[in-house]
Design a protein around this ligand. Structure first.
Ligand SMILES: Nc1ncnc2c1ncn2[C@@H]1O[C@H](COP(=O)(O)OP(=O)(O)O)[C@@H](O)[C@H]1O
Ligand SMILES: [Mg+2]
Length: 204
């Protein structure tokens, strides 16, 4: 039986494409590699490897009981012509919440949950490195879920531009230093943005 039906594309990033999907009859999200038809040699392998590594990282965090990390619906990537990762569908991101506006108490509750997730990640020696409102999803129960762990395999592969300028601490921009404090800085920027509706440092 066909377990997964690919639906509409909702996002196209540098390494991957996000699509709506039906998985075992329920709404889901799939993340697949972005392989342009004219991709240079090796690009296909690179993006597939990044995606598979991202999946491994998320799976490990979920197995270690980290709450507030995006849920995976299928225990392994589905391999067709390319790997397909299947995630729970989240109706919003933290960006939508910022745009809409929230009170400080709700902001505090969200940040509290996100910091629990970060603490759990750091115990597993996993540094996200690209925390920003677009990478924090809000599930159907209004619970925040950290997503998008591909900055980690990107770093492992020596790709330098894995982070987002507005959320990057000075030592990352100037000296490419990344450690647990990077995530702490990024959560600080997000916290400011939740209250002030704009990031403290604008890159544009
Ligand atoms: N599980 C999900 N549910 C709903 N939307 C999602 C989900 N995963 C990703 N998205 C949407 O797709 C965007 C990109 O996903 P992300 O995993 O961050 O990919 P990329 O690595 O290309 O940035 C997110 O900012 C969000 O808007
Ligand atoms: Mg992202």
């Amino acid at each position: 039986m066909e377990e997964i039906k690919e639906g509409q594309e909702i996002y196209r990033g540098r390494f991957s494409i996000i699509k709506k999907a039906l998985y075992r009859g329920d709404y889901a999200i799939i993340k697949i590699p972005n392989i342009p038809p004219n991709a240079p040699t090796g690009q296909r392998e690179l993006v597939c490897e990044i995606l598979l590594r991202e999946f491994e990282i998320i799976k490990k965090l979920k197995e270690k009981g980290c709450s507030y990390i995006i849920d995976i619906l299928h225990p392994e990537p589905i391999i067709r012509e390319y790997p397909i990762l299947i995630f729970e569908y989240c109706p919003k991101t933290l960006r939508d919440i910022i745009d809409y506006g929230i009170d400080e108490k709700t902001a505090l509750d969200l940040i509290h949950k996100i910091t629990i997730a970060i603490e759990c990640m750091h115990k597993q020696r996993i540094i996200h490195g690209d925390l920003k409102p677009e990478n924090i999803l809000i599930d159907i129960n209004d619970t925040p879920k950290i997503a998008d762990f591909n900055a980690i395999p990107a770093r492992e592969k020596g790709i330098k531009e894995f982070y987002t300028l507005e959320y990057a601490p000075p030592e990352l921009i100037e000296k490419e230093i990344i450690d647990e404090k990077t995530d702490v800085w990024q959560i600080g920027v997000i916290m400011y943005e939740l209250i002030e509706k704009k990031a403290p440092i604008q890159s544009r």
